[in-house]
Design a protein around this ligand. Structure first.
Ligand code: C5P
Length: 237
C-alpha cells in the first residue's frame, strides 16, 4: 500500500474527480482538506467511495470533546484512512476523537481511521507563541503536544520531515510521522519555505508524505506521482 498522499486542494469538484481518475491506479491516499470538505464534501466523499480509494480527511477538528466525538462519528466511513485533530484541543478531546473513531468503525464493521494530531501550524512563527500564551520555543511546543497526542492514543502527528527524525527518537518507530512540504529536486517551492525531497523525507523516517501542487499542477499528474513513488521506493527498506 502506497504511503503517498495527494492533496486535492482544488476549488472545483470536477477537477478533484479528474485527479482521482488519473491517479487511482497508483493507490495513493487522497487528502480532502477544508476547502473540499466545506465546498463539495458529500460529492467528493461519494466519488472516493465509488472509486474505492483511501482518503485522508484533513478536518483538523478542535472543539469540546463531545462535539469532536460527534464530528468524528460523522466522518468515519469505510475508506477514511486518516482523520486529523488539533493537539491543542487537549488530551480529553483527542481521546474522545480516537474512541469515537473506534466505536463508529466497529458499528460500521470497518477499520477505524488513524487519528493524527496537528501540533503547531507551520504558519505560527516563534514570536506568535508568546502571544498565544505558549511558553518555550517551537520545537519544545511541538514535542510537548506530540507527547500529549501519543498519550491520548493518536497514531501520530503531522510534522515537517525535519522534525520526523526527532519524533522517532523521542517516541519510537510506531508513532507515525505524516509530512507535507515535499518537493522533488529542482521543483518550484511555491509558498512552502522548508521543503524536503521525497527520498530525504523517507530517510528521515516519514511514514506518509503529503504532496499537492507538484502532482496536481503537473502537466501529467500520473507521471509526476509515479516519479515521486519511485523516489520514495529507492530508499524505502
Ligand atoms: O501543494 P503542496 O504540496 O504544498 O500541498 C501540501 C499540503 O499539505 C496542503 O494541503 C497544505 O495545506 C498541507 N499542509 C502543509 N503544511 C502543514 C500542514 C499541512 O503544507 N504544516
Amino acid at each position: 500500500m502506497s504511503r503517498l498522499i495527494v492533496a486535492l486542494d482544488v476549488p472545483q469538484p470536477e477537477r478533484a474527480e479528474a485527479l482521482i481518475d488519473a491517479l487511482y491506479e497508483l493507490d495513493p491516499i487522497f487528502k480532502i482538506g477544508l476547502e473540499a470538505l466545506f465546498g463539495y464534501g458529500e460529492r467528493i466523499l461519494a466519488a472516493c467511495a465509488a472509486r474505492d480509494v483511501r482518503t485522508f480527511l484533513d478536518a483538523k477538528l478542535h472543539d469540546i470533546p463531545r462535539t469532536v466525538a460527534a464530528a468524528m462519528r460523522a466522518l468515519v466511513r469505510p475508506n477514511a484512512h486518516i482523520v486529523t485533530v488539533h493537539a491543542q484541543g487537549g488530551h480529553e478531546m483527542m481521546r474522545a476523537a480516537v474512541e469515537a473513531a473506534q466505536a463508529r468503525a466497529a458499528e460500521l464493521g470497518t477499520t477505524a481511521p488513524l487519528v493524527f494530531a496537528v501540533t503547531l501550524l507551520t504558519s505560527i512563527a516563534p514570536e506568535d507563541l508568546n502571544e498565544l500564551g505558549l511558553r518555550g520555543g517551537t520545537g519544545e511546543n511541538v514535542t510537548r503536544l506530540a507527547a500529549l497526542a501519543r498519550d491520548a492514543g493518536c497514531a501520530g502527528v503531522v510534522c515537517s520531515a525535519h522534525e520526523a527524525r526527532d519524533l522517532k527518537h523521542f517516541f519510537g518507530e510506531d508513532f507515525l510521522a505524516l509530512t507535507p512540504g515535499i518537493r522533488p529536486r529542482g521543483e518550484a517551492h511555491g509558498d512552502q519555505k522548508r521543503v524536503t525531497t521525497p527520498a530525504d523525507a523517507v530517510a528521515a523516517g516519514a511514514d506518509y508524505l503529503v504532496v499537492g501542487r507538484p502532482i496536481t499542477e503537473a502537466p501529467d499528474p500520473l507521471a509526476a506521482a509515479r516519479a515521486i513513488l519511485d523516489e520514495m521506493r529507492g530508499v524505502a527498506v
